[in-house]
Design a protein around this ligand. Structure first.
Ligand code: GDP
Length: 475
């Protein structure tokens, strides 16, 4: 039976991240507070928010309430958008979903941080299934963009004349400033160009601050780009004295699975994982070239102590008591997530047919195998979110390089995974994997030049990612 979370003082620091309990109907979103218990049960290392972050979030919540859909302030700013009024009361970031769930969660958290830094309000386009997946994070006000908002999501793409990149391009020869726009679209997705990337330059931010509606479509975790901007650096360092906790804290604040997803998480966890002494998560993303079993075993058994080793038959041939006389009673649950079931079959079989060297009892589990990516199908993303969450509750995590699905799991869980290198050809990469430098996700589409000198820029806060040399991450 679940213990009441409030009885334990250890959770105080973590609960401070959230608005006061009385402001929410707890039953409508059980994960909001129950997740604390699951995390504590696994003894996951707590990373507490700074007092500055807590007060920033509380003042954000007040602003969100004041500017939320259909308030006078919102109505007035929509009037400004459709040019029925000459003033506006609030400034917004409208987030529109694109690509898979991992990409969506990374860009949503980035857009939220951008809203925190620039005193804006985040409104979220519902997309196909966002309300099915996530509870409302802010008290007494909705974060969803109303369906009668003057523009629909397909109004915005890289060809939109209102995209910041296109506005800059069109004005570049006229030597004039861009005029006051009522809204600007920020195209921050794979394939974006050097004009779009100017969003990450201080001089351009000065102009963008004056625009009440900024619409963002992105599939990136663009937080490292914000850390590279001198105008945001001081604030960011105050909010996040531990730089490697940015996504961890923001994701725990924002992403509370709805009851239907949380039911999948808790039922699965209780049935298959909760009794194990150690839970090891292995996320195997199927891209064009699949991870290789050889690579997985070499990473987890030969080069690192992530999975229990198999008993060496030759060395122990005199010892025929191996299966009945276990040296220890440790139970290990291996949670595999993948679109395919092939790895699960092989790893499960390996532990069934062979005793382990140290006598651990190993169970292997995989919640689903959806075979191929089906972004936009309701039950598909519910399962994906449940699996991301289950991976976040593991003690040790192995992820697949380049996969945002894995980045989100490690971030929510506060885990530094072993990252399997993405195979370039059908032979196993050597080395097969490496330990992540931090739990932060990788920004896979960094700006390509320094804003002032137009040269590539790096900084003490960021490093190139373990799994993608052009990417940047906070460490
Ligand atoms: P990325 O493509 O690996 O960066 O991650 P995304 O989450 O953005 O997109 C992949 C999508 O494929 C996910 O959102 C899921 O819908 C699906 N998917 C990929 N791997 C898995 C998996 O292990 N389990 C489930 N249930 N879905 C997966």
């Amino acid at each position: 039976k679940l213990q009441k979370v409030e009885e334990n003082d250890d959770d105080v620091g973590e609960e401070e991240l959230f608005p006061a309990r009385g402001l929410f109907d707890e039953k409508s979103c059980l994960s909001r507070y129950e997740s604390l218990w699951y995390r504590r049960r696994r003894g996951l290392k707590r990373r507490t928010p700074s007092p500055d972050l807590i007060s920033k979030l509380r003042s954000y919540e007040a602003r969100h309430k004041r500017c939320s859909p259909y308030t006078d302030s919102y109505n007035k700013t929509v009037d400004y958008l459709v040019q029925n009024s000459s003033t506006f009361s609030c400034k917004y970031v409208v987030w529109i979903s694109m690509n898979g769930l991992g990409n969506q969660m990374l860009s949503m958290a980035s857009a939220f941080l951008y809203a925190l830094l620039t005193d804006r309000v985040l409104l979220v386009d519902r997309g196909v299934d966002i309300p099915d997946l996530f509870c409302e994070p802010f008290p007494e006000a909705s974060w969803f963009l109303p369906s009668d908002f003057p523009f629909t999501s397909n109004h915005f793409n890289s060809r939109s004349p209102q995209s910041y990149g296109n506005l800059l391009r069109n004005k570049r020869n006229t030597n004039t400033n861009i005029t006051d726009e009522s809204y600007i679209y920020l195209n921050l997705a794979h394939g974006y160009d050097k004009y779009d990337k100017r969003v990450f330059c201080d001089a351009d931010q000065t102009y963008l601050q004056t625009i009440p509606w900024l619409v963002i479509k992105s599939d990136f975790y663009f937080v490292p780009a914000l850390f590279l901007m001198p105008s945001f650096q001081q604030q960011l360092h105050q909010l996040f004295p531990e730089k490697d906790t940015v996504f961890h804290l923001l994701s725990r604040y924002l992403f509370h699975p709805t009851n239907s997803v949380w039911g999948l998480v808790t039922r699965y966890y209780q049935a298959y994982l909760s009794k194990a002494h150690v839970i090891t998560g292995i996320q195997l993303r199927i891209f064009r070239i699949k991870p290789l079993l050889e690579q997985i075993l070499s990473c987890t058994m030969r080069e690192n102590d992530v999975l229990p080793k198999i008993k060496d038959k030759d060395k122990d041939k005199d010892n025929n008591k191996s299966t009945s006389n276990l040296k220890n009673n440790t139970t290990v649950a291996v949670l595999i997530t993948s679109l395919s079931s092939g790895y699960y079959d092989k790893i499960r079989e390996m532990y069934l047919e062979n005793p382990t060297a140290a006598g651990e009892v190993v169970g292997v589990f995989q919640p689903s195998h959806e075979e191929f990516q089906q972004t936009g199908k309701h039950s598909h993303n519910r399962k994906a979110l449940a699996e991301i969450y289950l991976l976040s509750l593991t003690d040790r995590l192995v992820t697949s390089g380049w996969s945002t699905f894995g980045y989100v799991a490690q971030g929510i869980g506060g885990l530094q995974p072993w990252i399997l290198y993405r195979p370039e050809n059908p032979t196993a990469p050597d080395p097969p994997c490496r330990r992540a430098m931090s739990m932060e996700p990788c920004f896979q589409g960094p700006r390509s030049y320094d804003c002032n000198s137009r040269r590539g820029g790096m900084d003490k806060d960021v490093r190139h990612c373990e799994d993608m040399s052009r990417g940047l991450k906070l460490v």
